[in-house]
Write a protein that binds this ligand. Structure first.
Ligand SMILES: Cc1cc2nc3c(=O)[nH]c(=O)nc-3n(C[C@H](O)[C@H](O)[C@H](O)COP(=O)(O)OP(=O)(O)OC[C@H]3O[C@@H](n4cnc5c(N)ncnc54)[C@H](O)[C@@H]3O)c2cc1C
Length: 296
């Protein structure tokens, strides 16, 4: 399929065309629209030197083992962190399945990865970790290794015609260390709907897209950086930085009240920045700052 950013038109594989006032392409990390928006040469997300194994384990097997059953006693997201690696677990499918993301430093070429080696390699990476966690890892029968990419800074998300726009992972892929990739895509959608709601004439669409891209490039760029920073914090090698991080997280880990944490997921200030942001309000205010009347 292809895009004509001037008409604007989407040309489907079977030759059919679809046209409108604006084409919004949320076509993911391997976006085809991105190259068109950039005038021909793509600037795809880049390898970060991190990879993740993703797997699920039957929760019934964990509940049946007294040594690890505690993990599922109450709904929780658990994270084990350490040098160059971390493991995150939470239940899915109404508690029937434990979802696992096992992340590690890996600077090898993904083209050389062999799916048949993945389970064995994953076990080798975590064999010297918490024996209770490793017990669960040994229950993983199938896994796949994914390279973790982060989007490079793009000069614009909108074609010069202002009739083709990219958003979501197509525009701002990020490593999952703030778990905000889909969150940012949803914010994009909310902000776009709100800013388009503000226009009164078709001529105002161009200005609405300027406001949208300016706000969303700033916000998602900050989240891309925060995700990489949290990866660094979680992956410190044993030493002074790791010791300071651990002492700054101690209250949280011990279940005591806390006002700051080195862990960006639970630090209250970072949480407010991350979850307290109102994507609709942000573009509405930007619209108003340009001297335009706001519709509620
Ligand atoms: C290990 C890992 C863990 C993650 N955890 C989280 C998390 O906890 N929270 C969070 O917010 N995010 C998380 N993410 C990120 C999240 O998955 C993505 O950021 C999100 O899915 C991006 O949404 P999107 O709609 O932009 O793109 P996508 O979800 O990739 O959707 C793009 C869609 O476009 C379709 N498409 C592409 N090209 C075409 C075409 N030519 N024709 C028709 N269809 C097409 C694709 O099939 C796909 O369905 C995680 C990512 C990873 C790798």
């Amino acid at each position: 399929m292809s895009y004509d950013p001037n008409s604007p038109l989407v040309v489907l594989e079977d030759g059919r065309t679809i046209s409108g006032d604006l084409v919004v392409a949320a076509d993911g990390i391997k976006s085809v629209a991105r190259a068109t928006v950039l005038g021909g040469a793509d600037r795809p997300p880049a390898l970060t030197g991190f990879a993740a194994y993703r797997a699920t384990v039957d929760a019934a097997k964990i509940r049946a083992d007294p040594e690890i059953a505690w993990l599922l006693q109450k709904p929780a997201l658990n994270i084990w962190i350490g040098e160059g690696r971390h493991v995150m677990t939470y239940t899915i499918a109404a508690g029937k399945s434990l979802n696992m993301v096992l992340s590690h430093v890996d600077r090898t070429d993904p083209q050389t990865w062999k799916p048949e080696d993945a389970v064995e390699q994953m076990r080798a990476y975590f064999a010297d970790w918490d024996p209770k966690l490793f017990k669960i890892i040994k229950m993983i029968e199938n896994t796949q290794k994914w390279p973790l990419l982060s989007g490079v800074s793009l000069p614009h998300w909108c074609a010069p015609s202002k009739k083709l726009l990219i958003l979501g992972d197509a525009a701002h892929a990020m490593v999952p260390y703030m778990s905000q990739g889909a969150g940012m895509a949803i914010e994009d959608g909310a902000a776009l709907a709100e800013v388009i709601h503000q226009i009164r004439t078709a001529e105002e669409l161009s200005e609405a897209l300027n406001i949208f891209t300016q706000e969303r490039m700033r916000r998602s760029g900050q989240m891309q950086s925060a995700s990489l920073v949290n990866g660094k914090i979680w992956h410190f090698a044993d030493g002074p930085e790791q010791q300071k991080r651990d002492s700054a997280m101690r209250a949280e880990v011990e279940g005591k009240p806390f006002q700051r944490s080195a862990n960006q997921w639970s630090d209250p200030v970072t949480q407010w920045w991350c979850y307290g942001y109102d994507a609709e309000k942000a573009v509405r205010e930007a619209w108003g700052r340009r001297g335009r009347a706001c519709k509620i």
